[in-house]
Each structure stands twice: as C-alpha cells, then as structure tokens.
Design a protein around this ligand. Sequence first.
Ligand code: 2M8
Length: 441
Amino acid sequence: MTADAAAAGEPDTEEIPAPDLVAEATRVLAENWRGLHTVPAGGLYPHQWSWDSAFIAIGLRHLSPRRAQQELESLLGAQWADGRLPQIVFAAGRDDEYSPGASFWRSDRIPGSAPVPTAGLIQPPNHAWAALLVHEADPLESWRRGFLKRAYPRLVAWHEYLRTRRTDEAGLAFTVHPWETGMDNSPAWDEPLAAVRGSFAGNVPRPDLRHADVSERPSNAEYDKYLFLAATYRDANCDDSPAATPFRVTDPGVNALWIRSELALARIAAELGIDADHAQRAAELTDALEGLWDDELGIYVPFDGVRGRPQRFRSITGLLPLIVPDLLHADDLLATLHGEHFALGRTVLIPSFDLTGAEFDTSRYWRGPSWFNTAWIVANGLLECGLETEARVLADTMGTRAVESDFAEYLDPFTGAAHGTRRFSWTAALSLDLHLRLLRH
Ligand code: 2M8
C-alpha cells in the first residue's frame, strides 16, 4: 500500500498500468530510424549493422511492412560483388563516434566492394529468415513492391558466398573475427584469440566507452586483437584464405541461422515459382551441424579451425540450433537449457554463458548477460519443439523486461539490472514481435 493510500485510509487496489510495450517499442524504433535503415542505438552504434537490421525488420513488419522491406533492402544494396553482406554499412561523417569506421576500412580501395562505405567482415546470416517473415506480414504490399523478386537473388548470392568462400571441411560456415559471430567477447573465443600472434600497429580508440561503462564492454587487450585481425583481413583485400585469417572459428549459432535462412529461401523460391535446392542444402548443413555436438556438455560447441580443436564451453551460441527443424539432439539441448547452466525460468531471459562457468560475468557484454536477440531465437526454438507455453512465458518476460529497462542492450541474468546502451533497437523490435505473435489475444 502506498503512503498516501494508507494515510487516506483507502485500500490500495488500483493497479498502475505498465507503460505499453507496443507504444514504447514503436517510439524506440521511430527514434532510431534514419530514413532507409535503423541504427542499433543512437550514440554507441551510429551506423547500420547487418544482423541487427534483419532483427529490426522482424519487429518493424508489424508497424510498417514497407519500412521493414526498406530496412532489408538498404542492407542488400550494400552487398559486395562476391555476395557478402557487410557487418556494417557506414553513415557518412561519423568516424569519430564509432571505431573502426569507414576510414579504417577504406572499402572503396578493395576490389569488388559495395558502392557505399562498409566494413569487410560479415555477421550471422539471419536475413533470408527475416525477409520471409517480412513478406508474410503483408504479402500484398510485398508483391506490389516486388520485394521478394528483388531480394531473392541477393539473398541467394549471400548464401553462395558462405558456401563457396566460407565453409570448412565439414561444410559449415566459419567466421574470421569474433565480431562476425555477433557475440564479440564470448569466452568461447578466448583461446582462438589468444593464439593469434600480433598486435595492432596504431592506437586503439574507444569511443564506445563514452556510451557504456568500461566494465560492460570488451577490454582494451581484446580490442587490440580485434583491430589487428580486422587490419590483417582488410590489407589482404578481405580475402578468405588461411593466410589472411589467423582466427577461423565454426560457430553453431551462425550455422543454425544459416540453416533456418536456407529453409526460408526454399519457401521464398516456392512463392516465386523457382525450382531450387535450398531444402537439400539445409538438410546437408543440418547433418554437418551434428559434428559440433558435445555429448558430455550436452550442447553444440564452436570449433577452432586454425588449431583443429573444439571450444568446449556452454555458451548461448550452442543453444541456438534449437531453431533447426528435426534436430537430432533437441531433447538433450532442452535439458541443458532448463538445467543449472542456463536455468530457463529461474534467470532473467537466458544468460549468454554458462552460469557455473569460471568465466561467467553478470555484466560484461557477451560473457554472461542476457540478450533479447538470443532470447528471441530460443523462443522460436521452443516453438519449433512444440513448447508454445514456454515460448509465451519467455515472450512475456521479454516484454516486461524491455519496458522496465528502457529497452536495454543486455541484462544481468540474476537481477535484471540494465547494462550497455538503452533504447536499443533489436530489444524493441524482437520483444514487440513476440508480444504481437504470441500474447495479443
Ligand atoms: C556488438 O558488436 C559491435 C561490433 O560489431 C561492437 O561491439 O561494437 C555486438 O553485440 C553485435 O552482435 C551487434 O550486432 C553490434 C551492434 O548492435 O554490437
């Protein structure tokens, strides 16, 4: 009972309504919209990020299907001649605000780069999955604008890039930089990163620390390695050969998203009346993914292709294969999700790293905090496994925590305390998507 109510002798039965998720999320996405794309957050991330844009489009489709299409199309417009979709498409004149920026990458000097300044690295391939969801949100508007017809060949070229330039001996996609996994400083990359010999020749600017506490971001030592790897790759014209890529890691999350996107391409091709073998490819990738299963840990684990060793950690990336249909180890993976390492339902969302692991950290970026994009992927995995009630509970928590934290980038998995930047776009987009799909009656 409030002091006022007590003083007036009134029973305190009136519920104060929580701020409305839909209205607030809409506001965040409107604030971060830059005309043809959405930035992850004003301040910390002033450019367009690849997998962010796909996640954002998934939320935007409920508010403006046309904007959602534009979001994806602006990214597809920055595709390189070899088919890659770049990690970042740079906004002009913002190099002081984010590092490394356009002047670091100088992509105009790299043969086959995009007509606009971009980074040379990539991010996880969630785009075709997003394109299908965006189409399904308003098929009439999509057909009217010719969205699928324009997007499909570009998405095929993107997957072809992965298939022809980025596959390891098992046929799975490898990443050449921690940034490519989207989970920059996950403990799962510590060993392969430590094995990289070399350090960045220039100074390492950290404009990110103006927007987030130093305890919540990757360390300077990590940044030194990140820039060394990025510069090495850039100086080799972003060639994917072993000489230019001293970090080569096969990541289960990246490959799970690739499979889900390949299946989405199969659906898109069918819509367009095109005969293609996407389903067959997805089946082959699904078989290959099983090679990352670690029976003792009960989770899929990354593989360090440089040193030929699995990275035997339980990290959130190893749970993402839940979105793959007919997954051989779905039941074992669900057991790990519910057990002591991730404690679904007993923690806030899902921690990004094993709660019992020595490296676990409640607030440092991808070393433990809970993120909304991985919670969204896992919720889709629960749906894939027929666990609709659990998916709804997760969706509900996402909505509540998103509003409560002012759309934080990530949360302490025990207390729910907000970390990183606020008014973060995918937090808004993905909480909104699940709310509208699963909870609105
Ligand atoms: C984070 O990564 C960027 C580099 O790409 C950074 O740390 O500056 C990650 O959380 C990544 O997954 C995300 O796409 C990006 C923008 O939100 O930020």
